[in-house]
Ligand binder design. Structure first.
Ligand code: KG4
Ligand code: ZN
Length: 325
């Protein structure tokens, strides 16, 4: 059994995953509300809360799994990329848990974790497949040829897709995290009411979302506060539509180059209802993890750890986290 910790951003997560990829527990303490008043994640606040929460969430994950530390064979942890202070809390906790029992430690890359959300039992997606990873910090189109890694086919040149959701939500006066809030508002709007750019001028399989955000800013200025409020649902729907179109256009292009096109998605934006619908309607086999495995969680880290070489005690004691990939 693998005990996995994930603290790369503002969610304190612990999970127990079996060697064959079954999720025995997957616990998350979200700090979302603590950061909402600042309109985004405050790194130092995130680190402090991880420190307060990590022991309890680990105990909770073990209890829910009906497991004791004696049954854990390896401790997996997110090493990066993410907020460095936040990562260090998870990494230090994982080292302590592992070292106390002389267990091996498995450092996991966060983005590989998002891919590996597609590998969990009982219905894993077997490589090869094209995988779109869209989160608050990253937007990557990848080709997954085996369980251990991926090849980057395209990526964002500026903002991540989740960042575009969050910034759009902020411009519309919605709370943080913005993605789910903007999506809820969009459900009651008309996506055809406004025409926002989808980064179509970017060639190949790369993405660009900065122009979209600026387009929304100018539109809101043109409309003025009252009209913006009145048409908020339409603005949200058109904006969400543009992000999802930008993502799916590149996905379609990547799938066209595949002999046997198959698609998986991951990352917080993969929890988006419209993106999930659009992906499912592409006419190729599609694997869409449940929303709780798309947003940050530790089960995906435990899942990815199954294909990462563990470090023996005490080789990992000096291991450092990394902020960028
Ligand atoms: O993967 P994730 O939980 O954390 C990072 O690694 O960044 O992704 C968080 C991002 C945020 O930008 C959030 O607004 C977005 O995913 N997100 C959504 C939805 N749920 C989360 N965006 C659109 N629709 C959603 N339902
Ligand atoms: Zn993530």
């Amino acid at each position: 059994m693998i005990l996995a910790l994930e603290t790369s951003c503002d969610d304190t997560c612990a999970a127990v995953v079996s060697a064959d990829g079954r999720i025995l527990s997957n616990q998350i303490a979200s700090q979302g509300l603590l950061h909402a008043r600042y309109g985004g994640v405050v790194p130092e606040i995130a680190s402090r809360h991880h420190l307060e929460l990590v022991d309890a969430i680990t105990a909770d994950a073990l209890e829910r799994a009906g497991a004791g530390l004696d049954e854990i064979e390896t401790v997996a942890v997110t090493r990066g990329p993410g907020l460095i202070g936040a990562l260090l809390v998870g990494l230090s906790s994982a080292k302590a848990l592992a070292a106390a029992r002389r267990l091996p430690l498995t450092p996991v890359d966060h983005l590989r974790g998002h891919v590996a959300a597609n590998f969990v039992a009982p219905a894993p997606m077997e490589p090869p497949f094209v995988c779109l990873i869209a989160s608050g910090g990253h937007t990557l189109l990848t080709r997954v040829s085996d369980h251990a890694g991926y090849e980057v086919l395209g990526q964002t040149l500026d903002d991540a897709a989740g960042e575009a959701f969050d910034k759009g939500a902020r411009l519309l006066g919605l709370g943080y995290p913005g993605g789910p809030a903007l999506s809820r508002l969009a459900a009651g709007g008309d996506a055809a009411a406004f025409d926002f750019p989808t980064g179509a001028r970017v060639a190949g399989l790369d993405f660009s979302f900065a122009g979209l955000k600026t387009a929304l800013l100018y539109k809101i200025r043109d409309l003025g506060p009252e009209e913006t409020r009145r048409r908020a649902a339409d603005l949200a729907a058109a904006y969400e539509h543009a992000i999802v179109e930008a993502l799916t256009a590149r996905v379609v292009r990547a799938l066209e180059a595949e002999a046997e096109p198959r698609l998986a998605i991951g990352g917080g934006v993969a929890a988006n209802r419209l993106l999930r619908e659009r992906a499912a309607a592409l006419g190729v086999p599609v694997h869409v993890p449940p929303p709780e495995l798309c947003t940050d969680n530790a089960a995906m880290i435990g899942s990815a750890a199954r294909w990462v070489e563990p470090l023996a005690f005490p080789d990992y004691l000096g291991l450092d986290a990394y902020a960028t990939a």
